[in-house]
Design a protein. Structure first.
Length: 462
């Protein structure tokens, strides 16, 4: 099975080699084009140099002969040139190739040149004396590499290019190795972390400075680990909550039922009512535990809607009128905003828990107040009652199953405020509890996600 290192190494190396080949190809094409341009330039330059000497020899002798041409060109001919001069009848007058006078020496070389001239389609340059042609000329170098200096230049360039390609190839190998090793190492670390996570470890450290794609996987794995830890904590706390709050009432019920069975406790209507009340309390506890677990579940979602604040406040007022009468405590609702956005059912449940708790702990002849108002970028639901909470109890009042020392009439499960906190945190809000003078205040703060007006409305008193 191919490893990530080998695959990355091969792909990176192939890309680098392809790049080197492309660069080398571009260089060779450019070099060839430059040599062609050099040959064209040298051909025109040589012909432009020869033509005046031929014109001068013709004007001096009245005709062009091998001897007069050789004498006229003796100072400009070199061993890396060829010069062919034909008369107006296309007969050879002077044939010079690579330092040799072919007409003078004769032989097969001259025959090859004459045959090539007859078959060549390249036009020869006409040498004019005024407007009258006196000869035809073809002259050029024997090629770029025919010159010793040019051959040395090409050799030096070739050595430099090959050396550069070898160095580049070595660097490509080195970079491919280091890059592939780095990527594969980061992937190995992420993979090893995921394997440890799957085996149940919950303290895995994932790499923090990987390439973007691997870092995204590592961050997702870290988030998954946190969620797994949180779910494990919730499961443990769920079990502890059940064991903590069910043990005592179940033991009490068991004792009473055993007494009824054995006959040392009388079966009276009052006894049945008490036992039924205990069962109702257990049922309420189980329902609250289930509700809290649902609130803290990662799958829990909100059904947000825009709520008319006055209508919402009026509904709360009507509901808690009965509590006001039962506890003989005053109750008022003040609303100074027009609308807000929330899950109305869950928010009502949260406020219901807080208000019930406020009535259960209100002082004799005291009052409970609900104030809804806007502050900066949040909506605040403030519930206050005339009463006092010990400072050391405040941090624990929203914990599961905690009942404060001042709980004198509550038969609840101790989960109401914990459920309230979970609901507000689902809304990305916060809950605070504090003392203000002689009043205990609980503030439920929700972020503003819809248009909010702080225009004062008429105070609503149920």
């Amino acid at each position: 099975m191919k490893t990530l290192f080998s695959q990355t190494f091969v792909v990176f190396l192939a890309l680098m080699c392809a790049l080197l080949i492309i660069v080398a190809g571009i260089f060779l094409v450019g070099m060839r084009r430059s040599i062609q341009d050099w040959n064209i330039y040298r051909r025109h330059a040589l012909q432009n140099l020869i033509v005046p000497h031929l014109q001068q020899a013709y004007r001096r002798d009245g005709t062009l002969t091998r001897g007069s041409v050789a004498e006229a060109l003796s100072g400009i001919l070199t061993n890396n040139q060829y010069v062919y001069v034909l008369d107006t009848d296309r007969q050879p007058v002077f044939l010079y190739y690579g330092g040799e006078d072919l007409l003078l020496e004769g032989g097969t070389a001259m025959e090859h040149v004459l045959q090539a001239l007859e078959q060549s389609q390249e036009m020869m340059r006409a040498v004019l004396d005024g407007d009258r042609p006196i000869a035809f000329l073809r002259a050029n170098t024997l090629g770029f590499l025919s010159d010793v200096a040019n051959r040395r230049f090409v050799r030096s360039v070739g050595i430099s290019v090959v050396s550069g390609m070898l160095v580049s190839l070595f660097l490509a190998l080195l970079v491919a190795y280091l890059f592939s090793r780095y990527v594969s190492r980061q992937a190995t670390l992420v993979g090893a972390g995921l394997q440890r996570l799957s085996r149940g470890e919950r303290s895995v450290r994932f790499p923090q400075h990987s390439p973007r794609e691997l870092q995204a996987i590592a961050d997702s794995a870290g988030t998954l680990q946190q969620q797994l830890c949180e779910e494990a904590r919730l499961r443990r706390q769920w079990a502890e909550d059940i064991a903590h709050d069910l043990r005592t009432p179940i033991a009490a019920l068991k004792t009473q039922f055993e007494g009824l069975k054995d006959g040392y406790i009388r079966n009276t209507p009052q006894r049945m009512v008490a036992l039924f009340s205990e069962l109702l309390m257990l049922e309420g506890l189980v329902n609250d535990l289930r509700e809290l677990n649902r609130m803290e579940s990662p799958e829990m979602t909100l059904e947000l809607e825009t709520i008319d604040a006055a209508r919402f406040a009026a509904g709360i007022g009507r509901t808690f009128n009965l509590f006001s009468e039962r506890y003989r405590a005053g109750f008022s609702v003040t609303c100074s905003i027009e609308r807000f956005e929330a899950d109305e059912r869950l928010l009502s449940r949260a406020l219901d828990n807080v208000l019930r708790n406020a009535f259960e702990h209100v002082e004799h002849d005291g009052d409970v107040r609900l104030t809804i108002y806007g502050r900066d970028d949040e909506v605040v639901f403030e519930v206050s009652n005339s009463g006092h909470v010990d400072e050391e109890e405040i941090p624990r009042l929203f914990d599961r199953l905690y009942r404060g020392g001042n709980d004198r009439r509550s038969a609840g499960s101790g989960l109401g405020l914990a459920i309230t906190k979970a609901i507000i945190e689902l809304h990305a809000g916060s809950v605070t509890l504090f003392q203000r003078a002689a009043r205990t205040c609980v503030q439920l703060q929700l972020p503003v996600t819809a248009g909010l007006s702080t225009l004062h409305r008429d105070r609503y008193v149920p």
